[in-house]
Design a protein around this ligand. Structure first.
Ligand SMILES: [Zn+2]
Length: 101
């Protein structure tokens, strides 16, 4: 994680964003090793689509959701997380992350 991203993360944290924007789990600030609840900065409009690091385009997401959202929009991804498939996939990814250490 670059230092610019690190600063954006700290800024959001200090502004009180301490739950995942998508799945609502309480976030933790970790350095180095990632866990499922690690706070990460997610760009509402992805950087690859021209999204900026402007605060209006950034939210706090857990490590799992950040990796899972892909090209889904915020609404699409939130709806997906409510489905059995979405819940199952998130749980599986969290488990895989835990057992990889
Ligand atoms: Zn999440």
């Amino acid at each position: 994680m670059g230092s610019r991203n690190g600063q954006a993360r700290l800024r959001l944290w200090q502004r009180g964003f301490r739950h995942c924007f998508y799945c609502l789990v309480p976030l933790v600030m970790t350095r180095g090793a990632q866990c499922a609840n690690t706070a990460t900065v997610d760009h509402i409009l992805p950087r690859s689509e021209g999204g900026t690091t402007h605060p209006g385009n950034t939210v706090m997401a857990c490590y799992i959701c950040n990796g899972m959202r892909g090209i889904m929009t915020v609404d699409e991804f939130r709806a997906y997380l409510q489905t059995d498939h979405g819940k199952e996939r998130r749980a599986r990814l969290a488990l895989a992350l835990r057992s990889s250490r």
